[in-house]
Design a protein around this ligand. Structure first.
Ligand SMILES: NC(=O)CC[C@H](N)C(=O)O
Length: 256
């Protein structure tokens, strides 16, 4: 199978598109960065790709709330193209701001006829949080997390707190295997507690997938740990490689 084509979505204020494209290319994909304005002019452009990546950053300056404006553009003007993309069995990855966008698009199946089942909101601390965190992967169908169990990645965000509509909805999402990535304490135990859980997320949730396992959003940045030299302790040895690369390799391998 030839290398999958990845569409890395660019938008005003998004600033992790280059490293996201690099991570996919390191994993064996071909990438093209396309600006949202170009996509709105020609939504069928998405049909040429197998993977859609919504990178991190500050799209539209986080105006209104992080991911809201770009999420509305996708939901209101690209719904047919994105639903066609998803129904064709393709993959969608939302990283940090991209996750915030995904939560607003309907692609993560986190809505019902009453509105959102869950959202991402302001960190409990009330300020931007940036640090390396440890996480546990919930076994399941998420394509991007296959073969991963206990990982360490960096986070950097102000609005990363996952909250569900209520405990019953949270339990429903959890039992459906949708809450696939959770912060843990530094020793791997739960609950994580602050600052190991940097935002106060309900149930320590750091990442969510849709019901197919092919659409995945996470607050941590796997593209910031694809090479061992990106780890803060790489000079002390014992850091074999960038575990974040596996997220991208899983996506590429899905089409092989
Ligand atoms: N690193 C990011 O993508 C940040 C996401 C968003 N701008 C926030 O601060 O929450």
């Amino acid at each position: 199978m030839t290398a999958p084509n990845v569409l890395v979505l660019r938008s005003p204020g998004a600033n992790c598109d280059v490293e996201s494209a690099y991570a996919f290319e390191l994993a064996g994909a071909k990438t093209e960065s396309i600006h949202i304005r170009r996509l709105l002019e020609n939504p069928s452009l998405v049909d040429d790709f197998q993977i859609l990546c919504l990178p991190g950053g500050f799209s539209y300056g986080d105006d209104v709330s992080a991911g809201r404006v770009l999420g509305n553009e996708v939901r209101l003007h690209l719904a047919d193209a994105c639903n066609r993309f998803k129904e064709a069995g393709k993959l969608v990855l939302g990283i940090c701001n991209g996750f915030q966008v995904l939560m607003k698009t309907g692609l993560l199946d986190v809505d019902d006829d009453q509105g959102p089942l869950a959202t991402l909101t302001l960190n409990d601390s009330g300020h931007f949080e940036a640090r390396w965190v440890r996480m546990a992967v919930e076994p399941g169908e998420c394509v991007f997390l296959q073969g991963l169990s206990d990982i360490e990645l960096p986070v950097a965000h102000a609005e990363g707190k996952f909250v569900a509509r209520d405990q019953a909805v949270f339990d429903q999402l959890a039992s459906a295997g949708r809450l696939v990535l959770r912060y843990t304490a530094a020793d791997g135990s739960s609950p994580a507690g602050y600052p190991a859980n940097p935002n106060g997320a309900m149930g320590d949730v750091a990442g969510v997938c849709d019901s197919t396992g092919r659409v995945f959003g996470l607050m941590p940045h796997p593209e910031r740990f694809v090479e061992h030299t990106q780890h803060p302790r790489w000079t002390r040895g014992g850091i074999d490689g960038g575990v974040g690369l596996k997220v991208f390799e899983n996506a590429v391998g899905y089409f092989r």
